[in-house]
Design a binder for this molecule. Structure first.
Ligand SMILES: *Cc1c(COP(=O)(O)O)cnc(C)c1O
Length: 378
């Protein structure tokens, strides 16, 4: 899965390194913390870490289930030979129902209409669809409102062509341990699930917790959990607490490609937004917002060179940006750490996101396919 030497991209000095041992460690930590099965969330190219390699690795590590956002992502996983159960969590168009069944992907059923469309497709194919009911408990995104769930649940229980495997909802505020919203959502979800007991139907798998729920609200762990960002060792929000020992999986490095002295007062980069107040040494790094390194880090970000942190100066360009190293020295080809560790210093996704005015999610999923990815054991 590492970029092959024939791939021209692999000649780039910039690299994402994905530490598979840390990924295993994070999965183990989450499992030990929750004590229930884990659905590893690998949507959006596994939060920038690489959809197929991450799915393969956590499948080998015994994760029980995978979750993606879109049908297409599920199909890519099946084509890569992934055999685990895969839930597609996004909404679906009725016309896609056949493909779900053909690729053995579990469907999120978010309305009575969709249930009917899936039943029709399953009957036509003569093959049952495996479904999870989506209940809206406060996100107002997709799903049947918890207060209208009873007839929806009854229809799913009665369905001859749908195998009802799960019922779930999504937490809106669980990354904040102090938000009262989460317990309210849990209560609404439990109330909807109670309908199975009322009608004497077997309870399907109940799942609710994203990373925030896993970290802060043990009551939400229920029968399965759905960790995304924490699987990659990153916290969902600056107010989140690291109650589970997870370590960052991804690092992003490049190399110094140019060195010069910039004279006092001479501006650097587009817009001439920054100029040194004294003669200073400036190096250029060949990676930019065209790779997903946020433009919001213009004169706000930091990188590590030779174990020291230095500021990004001037605007981040599409393919390059500049760094002020003051009176220090750096040489062409010196490693530049944009995310990760160097010596005793580290730049986390969380700190970078904060500097850029972005969420950690956006930073990770923004790292695009122009950057070659390497998979390593630490
Ligand atoms: C993305 C997603 C998750 C994972 O969320 P994290 O905050 O990254 O843990 C879980 N459930 C659903 C429905 C999602 O869309």
């Amino acid at each position: 899965m590492n970029a092959s030497p024939e791939d021209p991209l692999s000649q780039r000095p910039s690299r994402i390194r994905v530490d598979l041992d840390r990924l295993s460690h994070n999965l183990r930590s989450i499992r030990a913390h929750v004590g229930v099965p884990v659905m590893g969330i690998v949507k959006a190219n596994a939060y920038g870490h690489g959809l197929v390699p991450v799915a393969r690795h956590i499948q080998a590590q015994g994760v029980e289930q995978l979750g993606v956002a879109f049908l297409e992502e599920g199909i890519v996983l099946r084509q890569a030979g992934i055999t685990l159960p895969i839930l597609v969590m996004g909404g679906i168009f009725g016309r896609q129902a056949v493909q779900f069944i053909e690729h053995d992907l579990e469907v999120t059923v978010s309305s009575l209409d969709k249930l009917r469309q899936i039943e029709a497709a399953a009957e036509a194919l003569g093959r049952k669809a495996v479904i999870h009911l989506k209940i809206d408990t406060g996100m107002e995104r997709i799903g049947v409102h918890s207060y209208s769930a009873a007839p929806f649940i009854e229809a799913a229980v009665a369905s001859r062509w749908c195998e009802l495997k799960g019922i779930y909802s999504h937490l809106a505020c669980a990354d904040d341990p102090g938000s009262p919203m989460t317990l309210q959502q849990l209560e609404r979800f439990q109330e909807a699930c109670a309908h199975f007991e009322r009608i004497g139907a077997p309870m399907p798998l109940r799942h609710l917790a994203n990373s925030g729920g896993i970290l802060h609200f043990p009551q939400t762990h229920l029968d399965m959990v759905r960790p995304g960002i924490m699987l990659y060792g990153v916290l969902p929000d600056p107010v989140s607490r690291r109650t589970v020992d997870v370590k960052p999986v991804l690092s992003l490095t490049s190399q110094v490609i140019y060195f010069k002295v910039v004279k006092a007062g001479n501006p650097v980069s587009y817009g001439a937004t920054w100029a040194p107040t004294r003669n200073t040494r400036v190096v250029t790094v060949p990676i930019g917002y065209g790779d997903g390194y946020p433009r919001g880090l213009s004169s706000r970000g930091q990188v590590l060179i030779r174990g020291h942190a230095y500021p990004v100066v001037g605007r981040v360009c599409m393919d390059q940006f500049m760094v002020d190293i003051g009176d220090d020295s750096a040489w062409n080809e010196d490693e530049v750490v944009l995310i990760g560790e160097q010596g005793d210093a580290a730049i986390t996704v969380e700190s970078l996101a904060q500097a850029a005015g972005m969420s950690a999610y956006e930073v990770l999923v923004g790292l695009n396919l122009r950057i070659p990815r390497e998979y390593r054991y630490s």
